[in-house]
Design a protein. Structure first.
Length: 216
């Protein structure tokens, strides 16, 4: 499992430094740390570009520096930059000039990203427990999520077991700017039904298949 955690706001650098000290990691792991007055982050992913104007990393799949640069260029030009990201991924993109953080998940949610908004910024990570480690994120349990877990045997997104922590859904992109969160879906599946014959023909075919399955 790829470990990552990030934060914006005045407490971000102290928070990330503490997580990095406390995280039980094998000596072979190499953490990439990026700290600034706006954003701090670390991950054991190697796919990243760290420049003066922006930071970009794709967690879960390997992307070359050229591919990451193209993603950034499309983002700056207002093009569909997420179409360039492949596989099951978490995308973290930071535009320092605009003080904007963009987080995105692959279309079917193969990876996980949890987040919480605080008075000083946004906290996100690969697990909900990493998010509640932030001093401004409460570990209060959600009563609704307990009910959902008993009833559904899971906590349906975007809710989690923690009241303040949310989970990003598949094919969702989160933009954080000026202390506000914007959520949207960048892709939706299309279902196209084709019917050969009339509705009456379809009813007869369905009845035939049901009777046949019972006989078998």
């Amino acid at each position: 499992m790829t470990i990552f955690v990030g934060s914006t706001g005045e407490k971000s650098l102290d928070f990330i430094s503490k997580i990095q000290r406390d995280m039980p990691l094998d000596s072979g792991n190499c953490l990439n740390n990026k700290g600034s007055s706006f954003f701090s982050f670390f991950s054991d992913s190697d796919s990243k570009i760290n420049s003066r104007d922006y930071y970009i990393t794709v967690i879960g799949t390997q992307h070359t520096e050229t591919e990451l640069q193209r993603i950034w260029d499309n983002y700056k030009q207002g093009k569909d930059f997420l179409a360039l990201v492949k596989g099951g991924f978490v995308l973290v993109l930071v535009d320092y000039q605009q003080k904007k953080l963009v987080l995105a998940l692959d279309p079917i949610g193969q990876k996980s990203l949890y987040y919480a908004q605080t008075p000083s910024g946004l906290v996100f990570g690969s697990t909900a427990d990493l998010v509640i480690a932030h001093p401004d994120v409460s570990n209060e349990i959600s009563e609704q999520s307990i009910y959902d877990y008993v009833y559904f045997h899971q906590c349906p997104s975007p809710n989690t077991i923690y009241q303040q922590v949310k989970k990003l859904e598949g094919c969702q992109v989160l933009t954080y700017q000026k202390e506000k969160i914007f959520l949207e879906y960048y892709w939706q599946p299309e279902f196209r039904e084709t019917l050969n014959g009339t509705l009456a023909d379809a009813e007869a075919e369905l009845q035939k298949k049901i009777l046949q399955s019972v006989k078998e």
